[in-house]
Design a protein around this ligand. Structure first.
Ligand code: HEC
Ligand code: HEC
Length: 225
């Protein structure tokens, strides 16, 4: 049998070049559409497809598409990838204390966290419904305008007019989030049980909120979209 080595080599190189071009085009498309790749500060790029496989263990509580199975668990669908990765790192380091999530995050690498973030961010955000209650207007007015006398800033200044958050700054989206989870986590900021907010940004806000105001905001946010 005769093998024509130079030609085979040339054919391999052509194949290699074609694959390179395809890979570059795909990478370019990922950047353009912003759905498949997410670059963390330290240059780690999240891969949504890899994240989907890794999210199987999260499904029991957060749902396979990021829609939580219980109101006490947060929805993750559509949440910013950088915020998700930060929370996972905070659970792992103990900066955000929660026994369940410590157990989940302890095994994750930075790459896993970025991949999981990219996957859940790529899922369509949940559209929740607010309860038709008297305090809905109070919740909306605090969200949009704060309470000047109590030195409570408008939540929307950081979390966005439609509750979309600020993904680049890792400030979370709140629209459609479960009101039971929002109530609990605001209570935790208020009591300092949750203390992983940079510069005490949220503790400074939450310590000025009363129970009725927290309930009103949480209900309003669940219906915001
Ligand atoms: C057994 C249930 C359970 C499982 C499984 C689970 N979680 Fe959680 N998760 C929770 C609970 C409960 C909280 C809220 C904890 C708290 O109050 O800090 C949470 C919070 C989070 C948060 C913070 C969300 C926010 O809005 O701040 C992220 C991110 C998260 N989980 C990601 C994951 C990922 C990724 C997996 C899979 C690797 C996972 N979770 C598996 C129950 C679970
Ligand atoms: C100065 C900016 C700023 C303002 C104003 C602000 N927040 Fe936040 N908020 C943040 C940041 C940053 C975080 C995330 C902290 C972290 O990294 O865990 C956060 C987190 C939250 C969370 C937790 C979300 C989750 O998924 O766990 C809730 C709920 C929340 N804010 C509600 C509010 C409400 C309600 C108001 C108005 C009364 C408000 N915030 C005003 C910056 C702000």
């Amino acid at each position: 049998m005769h093998i024509n080595t130079p030609n085979l080599h040339a054919a391999r190189q052509r194949g290699f070049l074609n694959n390179m071009i395809i890979a570059m085009l795909l990478a370019g498309a990922g950047v353009l559409f912003g759905t498949t790749a997410f670059a963390a500060d330290d240059g780690i790029v999240g891969d949504a497809a890899a994240g989907e496989a890794k999210a199987a263990v999260c499904a029991a509580c957060h749902g396979i598409d990021g829609e939580a199975l219980q109101a006490e668990f947060p929805n993750l669908a559509g949440q910013g990838a950088g915020y998700i990765a930060k929370q996972l790192a905070d659970y792992k380091s103990g900066e955000r204390e929660n026994a369940i999530m410590l157990g989940m995050a302890a095994q994750l690498s930075e790459q896993d966290m970025a991949d999981l973030g990219a996957y859940f961010e790529s899922q369509p955000a949940i559209k929740g419904i607010a309860e038709d209650r008297q305090d809905l207007k109070l919740g909306e007015s605090i969200y949009r305008g704060g309470i000047t006398d109590a030195k409570i800033p408008a939540c929307m200044a950081c979390h966005g007019p439609s509750g979309e958050g600020n993904p680049a700054a890792k400030w979370p989206a709140l629209a459609g989030q479960n009101s039971a989870y929002i109530t609990e986590t605001l209570n935790h900021f208020r009591s300092q049980a949750r203390a992983n907010d940079p510069n005490e940004m949220m503790r400074n806000v939450a310590r000025r909120l009363g129970d009725d105001e927290i309930a009103a905001i949480a209900n309003f946010l669940q219906g915001l979209n």
